[in-house]
Each structure stands twice: as C-alpha cells, then as structure tokens.
Design a protein around this ligand. Structure first.
Ligand SMILES: Nc1ncnc2c1ncn2[C@@H]1O[C@H](COP(=O)(O)OP(=O)(O)O)[C@@H](O)[C@H]1O
Ligand SMILES: [Mg+2]
Length: 318
C-alpha cells in the first residue's frame, strides 16, 4: 500500500481574479472591476486541490517564497488535505502570482513566475514520489528550472513503478520547444488541449497532429473546450461531447479540473473512456463557480452535485 495515490511536481501561484470589467485596460487610464477574488492559482495546484477534493490522496512537490502568498498557498493546500511536506520555501524569491482579467469565457493574464521557475531537479523529493502510485506534471514551459529534466523525471518515475500523466499547458514564450521523443514514451496519459497540441507538433489539424506523435505516445487525451474531449489509444479513438454549461462563471482551471476527473478515475482502475467522461464532467463542473477551485469548496458533495446539475451518472462507460 502506497501513502499517496498521486504526486504532483509543479508550479505554485496565487490568482488575483478581476471580474465585471467594463472595458479593456489602457495605459494611463483607470477602470473598475466590480468583483474580485484572490485564490489558489497555477495549473498544478488547481489539479492537486481538485483531485484531493475528489477523495484521491495527493502530495505536492514545489517551491514558494517565504512570504504571505506562500503561507496562503500552503494553508489552502493543507485545508484541501494535500500533503505539502515536499514544498520548499525560499527567502530570496517571491511566491508566483497571476493577475487575471476576465471577459466572459475568455481572459487576459499577467504572471510573475518568482519561485515557480526556480524548482530544480535536485529539489525533487524522490522519497515522496516513491510513496505514490502515480506522478503528474504540468506547466512544462513555466517550470524553467526543471524543463530540461522532464524526460529524466518521467523515465525515473516509470522505472520505480509509477504510472504518469503530463499536461504541457500553454507556452507563454510561444516557442513550443519540447523534446517530445524524450518525454512521451514515458508518459502514460498525455493531456494537452487542442491548441497546445497543434503548436507542439506544428500541424494544422487534430488528426494530423495525433498521427505525428502516435508512435511516441501512449494514451493521448485532447481537451476541446466546450466541445468536450477526444481520446486516442492504440485501440482507436473516442470523442465525447462536453456536459455543456451555457452559464459559465469562468473557465479558469477547466482543463486542470478535467485532468483531476480523468486521473481520479485512472488511479481508481477504471477504463479510459470512463476516465474521459468523468474528466469532461469535472471540467464542466469547474466552470460553474469562480476560479479554479471555487466549485470544489470543502463540504460540497461533488458527486451529488454533478448528478443534480448535469445528470451525470456513473454508468455510461464503467
Ligand atoms: N462551457 C463548458 N461547458 C462544459 N464543459 C466545458 C466547458 N468549457 C470547458 N469544458 C470542459 O473542460 C475541459 C477542459 O477545458 P479546455 O478549455 O479544453 O481546457 P484548458 O483549460 O486546458 O484550455 C473540456 O474538455 C470540457 O470537457
Ligand atoms: Mg490547460
């Protein structure tokens, strides 16, 4: 028996979310936002927190500053029962932070990476990884300190018997340089969204992008926004439409919540289409409240909520 179902190696930051903004900001002018939310940000932390809210045992490996934002992140993760023993603190660095300007389903963001890009291969607590059944890594491009070591990290995780998943996320530099040959063979579940996959492969369509990486990759799951997701395995391909939410509060963390739903089922030993369906469900659920973790507040019964709101029943693919 392992202590943790999933270890996450990832970036940590705070999100300042500004809603109800009248117009786009302009240099030299001031506009108002009528609603504000300060909450746990970063793809990896939203994934870890929501996965833990689904009753999966999660440990986090990362780095924050010795400041009040760092305290807030640690307290928030602990409150969600994520193990934070392997999160390092650096006095000389700021905890990462993102300012999010929300306009309907779209958003503009500015990030100060701070300690996020300082996490290095030598910071990884392999004892914690070894106490886990599965390793997830996200935000490849933001995590500059471990980027070049990602192939070794996944290789090592496989060698010590873990299953693995990887969400590349957006490249803020828009250069899209990644060693797909070195990484994908050691990733069991590859979880890009469609735009990211097209950029990473340099292809113009989903089908040709998937063909390009098929011989390297194992399972590929492509997130398609409010259209749903597509699953590609050696056995074939499964498209599943979204549990459409026409009343989106914001789409922050929809992809990370999708990952949480998918990996929750995956480590529970369910068939891949059932993992995909639950990913779609949890992605949709995350759009019903503000921020990446708003829908997953303590005490809320997620399984009951998705039944009531979306008619989700654990049957279709199980
Ligand atoms: N408006 C929506 N209604 C229902 N589900 C949605 C909606 N937007 C996103 N989702 C779900 O969340 C998943 C992830 O969203 P997506 O925007 O593709 O990811 P990312 O946040 O990584 O860009 C989608 O695959 C879908 O299942
Ligand atoms: Mg994403």
């Amino acid at each position: 028996m392992k202590d943790f179902d999933v270890s996450v190696i990832g970036e940590l930051n705070i999100d300042f979310i500004l809603n109800q903004i009248d117009s786009f900001p302009e240099i030299g002018k001031e506009i108002l936002s009528r609603q504000m939310n300060v909450t746990l940000g970063s793809s990896s932390a939203i994934f870890a927190s929501n996965l833990s809210s689904l009753d999966t045992k999660v440990a986090f490996i990362g780095k924050v500053g010795q400041d009040s934002f760092g305290e807030l992140i640690l307290a928030t993760l602990k409150n969600k029962h994520v193990n934070t023993d392997a999160i390092l603190r650096r006095e000389d660095l700021k905890t990462g932070a993102t300012v999010v300007l929300n306009f309907g389903e779209d958003r503009a963001m500015i990030t100060h990476p701070g300690a996020m890009e300082d996490l290095a291969f030598t910071d990884i607590d392999w004892a914690t990884v070894g106490r886990s059944r599965h390793l997830h890594l996200s935000s490849f491009f933001i995590q500059k300190g471990i980027r070049k070591d990602v192939p070794s990290i996944f290789k090592k995780a496989k060698e010590i018997g873990l299953t693995t998943s990887f969400d590349p996320q957006w490249d803020p530099g828009e250069e899209w340089q990644m060693d797909l040959e070195g990484i994908l063979p050691y990733v069991d579940i590859f979880l890009p969204n469609k735009k990211e996959l097209l950029h990473l492969t340099g292809h113009g369509s989903l089908q040709s992008a998937v063909r390009h990486i098929k011989s390297l990759a194992n399972t590929i799951v492509v997130k398609l926004g409010n259209e749903g997701s597509a699953l590609f395995t050696p056995d074939g391909e499964v498209f599943q439409p979204a549990f459409l939410n026409t009343d989106v509060v914001d789409a922050i963390g929809a992809g990370d919540s999708f990952n949480a739903g998918f990996i929750h089922k995956f480590v529970g030993g369910h068939p891949l289409p059932a993992c995909q369906e639950f990913g779609n469900m949890i992605g949709a659920y995350s759009t019903t409240a503000s921020g990446g973790t708003g829908a997953f507040s303590a005490g809320s019964n997620i399984h009951q909520n998705v039944k009531e709101r979306f008619g989700y029943a654990e049957k279709q693919h199980d």
